[in-house]
Design a protein around this ligand. Structure first.
Ligand code: ZN
Length: 257
């Protein structure tokens, strides 16, 4: 996932203000620069002491998910999504991101706790893999609870010829970093596949500062993205995936519908 966490280094920005800041990985606000190329993922920990967890952490994301994980009949998350009428589309310099207003009512329930949807964004190619195989892109729906803890619902995206529900966003994505655009009504429900079986594990942000304690929910069934949208995204961000990280001894649960 990606979030403007580096913007918070100066202190008391509200979550809303953080979401509104564009291109916060750049040098204009004094935050350390990071990217996927010459200062790529293996160097993130060298850029700033705040990024030390990117190397020292033992519960990092993304990871390779095992096809044969144990299926559990209980403990799936509940997804409570509805249309959003005032979303903002932004090129934040690392990804195309849709910021969702705090009062939109979109949320997921994870182990009894409510996490509000704050934004969703994309990676190319996918960050998570299943049995070693990735997909064209990955969608991260980022949620926070009242304590600031993160839960990310991830959908692997397979390329297909026809346009998809994502086209309205991806085809209108601003090409220039730091640029925002308002979008019409979007419905996050349209972004999910029919089968909501989900891998669950504890991991981290996949961008600096690689903070741990993130609840990951990766849907087993991929969603769809059009080939044209993938190619356009590639012109904006040629590659934006952190490589898979060691699983160590973390449990991974495959939860049925
Ligand atoms: Zn992400």
């Amino acid at each position: 996932m990606s979030r403007p966490a580096v913007c918070n280094r100066r202190g008391a920005l509200t979550a809303l203000a953080m979401l509104a800041i564009a291109g916060c990985g750049g040098s204009s606000d004094g935050a350390p620069h990071w990217n996927y190329d010459n200062e790529g993922p293996e160097h993130w920990a060298d850029l700033d002491t705040d990024f030390a967890t990117c190397r020292a952490g033992h519960a990092q994301s993304p990871i390779d998910l095992p096809e044969t994980a144990e299926t559990q009949p209980a403990d799936h998350i509940d997804i409570d999504y509805r249309p959003v009428s005032a979303a903002t589309l932004i090129n934040n310099g690392h990804a195309v991101q849709v910021n969702v207003p705090a009062n939109s009512g979109n949320r997921i329930i994870v182990d009894g706790a409510s996490f509000a949807l704050t934004q969703y964004h994309f990676h190319l190619p996918s960050e998570h893999t299943v049995a070693g195989s990735g997909t064209a892109m990955e969608l991260h729906l980022v949620h926070t609870d009242h304590t600031g803890r993160f839960a990310v619902l991830a959908v692997l995206l397979r390329a297909q010829d026809a346009p998809t529900a994502l086209s309205a966003v991806l085809a209108n994505a601003p090409a220039k970093p730091g640029t925002t655009r308002t979008v019409g009504t979007i419905d996050p429900r349209a972004l999910l596949p029919d089968d909501l079986a989900q891998f669950r594990y504890e991991g981290s942000l996949t961008t600096p500062p690689c903070t741990e304690g993130v609840a990951w929910i990766v849907l087993r069934q991929p969603g769809a993205v059009s080939t044209a949208d993938v190619e356009r995204y590639r012109t904006l961000f040629p590659h934006s995936n952190r490589p898979t990280q060691p699983r160590h001894d973390r449990p991974i649960i495959l939860v049925g519908n």
